[in-house]
Design a binder for this molecule. Structure first.
Ligand SMILES: Cc1cc2nc3c(=O)[nH]c(=O)nc-3n(C[C@H](O)[C@H](O)[C@H](O)COP(=O)(O)OP(=O)(O)OC[C@H]3O[C@@H](n4cnc5c(N)ncnc54)[C@H](O)[C@@H]3O)c2cc1C
Ligand SMILES: NC(=O)c1ccc[n+]([C@@H]2O[C@H](COP(=O)([O-])OP(=O)(O)OC[C@H]3O[C@@H](n4cnc5c(N)ncnc54)[C@H](O)[C@@H]3O)[C@@H](O)[C@H]2O)c1
Length: 436
């Protein structure tokens, strides 16, 4: 029984079905989950349309085409082809081996042997005075409605807030971003947020960094927002992008002896098995709170699938990329300098400005930087960050180097084609190799 039919659930269910197992998938919204309809695909589509200079109407038409107009018939048909029974409705565990599905068609109580929980995550709406009394968007609405607000305030400067700020500013909205911490993309190396802040400011985005939203009121002319630093903003729409939390409530997991705390994911071991009284409970994707991206959900799903099919497999999270698909792209992988300090790692850092590459001159693009982080004592690359055009493509060799623990001396001997942005890692790799 797979509970939740998003990226992770679909992959586990279809893999089990193709292997001839008896498998059902419980989904209460759309088979496919967030990514193809409300998250990755529409956001990347709008970002691309913005780069191409399309009109908003063209961009919305393209987005809606790519998301299949948020219809899941093709995904349901794929499940059927793979031998998966789709149970439409909200699932809730009643007791070990029994789950209730509240759907009108094939709902009711169903039995299960193994359970794989793939219920994803949901947006957090901070408890701010007045926020509950005004209509707000989360990314789901921002990526599915046809409206282009004249004045848009985005609460949160993480990956969602930054991507949405770039989209809406590119199509002509007057965008402000309120970010409580002092910088954008707080979780990543500081230079990455600075490069992106510069790019957004150049597009006219008003960044309110280090300020929290204190209060919202509805006025005749729209919404009035008061910030903790005394500033105010007027808006027609607020988009809340203040983080997501694993969706664990109301699933009946307590009947299996699984302890979940609000805001926390289902704790899983390296095989993606949850600690439960009964055994046979697995989890994959955002609901684990481990690495909240589609590729990480897929990876965990493949780990669960292998283990369920009798081949033991453990997940290794050392080199899962984290990408913000703005222009320039922000790509990070492995540990950040902050995490290294917390772990007591003796970190070596080497960086390079992309402007020094011939490629940047050809592209007339002076923005961007790459930084590589090595563990001095082990002589290995353990993290990296880049802010630059198409960094999601040319940085993947660094993910491989971290995952494969390739010696720095060998990495420093790799030749990159001229003129590419990929050349930018050569000098920092030589520098790091010289220090270990
Ligand atoms: C705006 C935005 C942009 C993003 N862009 C990217 C990107 O470019 N690249 C990237 O890698 N990641 C991106 N992500 C993250 C990515 O979308 C998630 O990591 C991914 O969708 C997680 O997949 P999942 O299978 O864990 O969960 P989901 O896709 O959320 O699937 C969970 C499913 O479970 C169902 N469900 C929940 N509870 C129940 C229940 N009780 N009964 C029945 N069904 C239930 C839900 O309806 C849902 O369909 C983005 C996220 C957002 C918000
Ligand atoms: N390209 C991608 O892979 C991609 C893109 C978008 C999102 N995602 C995933 O989606 C998840 C959610 O992203 P997100 O950007 O919503 O969350 P986030 O937690 O990364 O960022 C939220 C930001 O909001 C700020 N914030 C919170 N409350 C605030 C308040 N009251 N006032 C002002 N600022 C406030 C926080 O300081 C934080 O910087 C992430 O885990 C990410 O991995 C991935």
């Amino acid at each position: 029984m797979v509970l939740g039919g998003g990226t992770a659930g679909e992959l586990v269910a279809s893999g089990l079905g193709r292997a001839g197992r008896d498998v059902a998938l419980v989904e209460n919204r759309l088979v496919g989950g967030e990514s193809p309809y409300f998250a990755c695909v529409p956001s990347k589509s709008l970002l691309l349309s913005a780069r191409r200079g399309e009109t908003w109407e063209m961009a919305v038409a393209r987005r809606d085409e790519l998301t299949g107009r948020r219809g899941d018939d093709p995904a349901v048909a794929r499940m059927a082809e793979d031998g998966v029974t789709v149970l439409r409705g909200r699932g809730r565990v009643l007791e070990p081996g029994r789950i209730e599905v509240d759907g009108p068609v094939n709902g009711g109580v169903h039995g299960f042997g193994d359970l794989v929980v793939c219920t994803g995550s949901e947006p957090v709406i901070p408890p701010i005075d007045g926020l509950a009394d005004v209509p707000v968007w989360t990314s789901g609405e921002a990526l599915s409605v046809p409206d282009l607000p004249r004045r848009l305030v985005i609460l949160g400067g993480g990956p969602v807030g930054c991507e949405m700020a770039q989209v809406y500013a590119a199509f002509g909205s007057q965008v402000s971003v309120i970010e409580a911490s002092g910088r954008l993309l707080t979780a990543e190396a500081p230079f990455a947020g600075e490069v992106l802040a510069d790019a957004l400011r150049r597009m006219g985005v008003d960044l309110r960094l280090g300020a929290a939203l204190a209060n919202v009121e509805r006025k005749d002319t729209g919404l009035r927002l008061w910030l903790s630093d005394g500033g105010t903003l007027d808006a027609d729409r607020i988009l809340v992008a203040a983080g997501r939390r694993p969706r664990v409530e109301g699933l009946g997991l307590e009947h299996l002896g699984i302890a979940v705390s609000p805001g926390q994911g289902i704790p899983v071991d390296d095989t993606c098995q949850a600690q439960s009284d009964t055994g046979g409970v697995w989890a994959a994707g955002d609901v684990t709170g481990v690495a909240r991206t589609t590729h990480a959900a897929r990876y965990q799903a493949r780990v669960v699938l292998s283990n369920l099919l009798g081949q033991r497999r453990e997940a290794d999270y050392r080199a899962i990329p984290r990408v913000v698909y703005t222009t320039p792209t922000v790509y990070s992988v492995g540990v950040t300098p902050t995490q290294a300090a917390e772990l007591g790692i003796d970190l070596l850092t080497a960086g390079y400005d992309l402007a020094a590459t011939a490629r940047a001159a050809v592209e007339a693009d002076e923005r961007g930087r790459v930084e590589l982080y090595a563990d001095r004592s082990r002589g290995l690359l353990i993290g990296a960050a880049a802010a630059g055009l198409n960094a999601e493509e040319w940085m993947s060799e660094i993910a491989l180097a971290i995952r494969a623990e390739t010696p720095l001396s060998l990495l420093a001997d790799v030749v990159h084609a001229f003129p590419t942005y990929g050349e930018s890692v050569e000098a920092p790799l030589r520098e790091l190799a010289g220090h270990v």
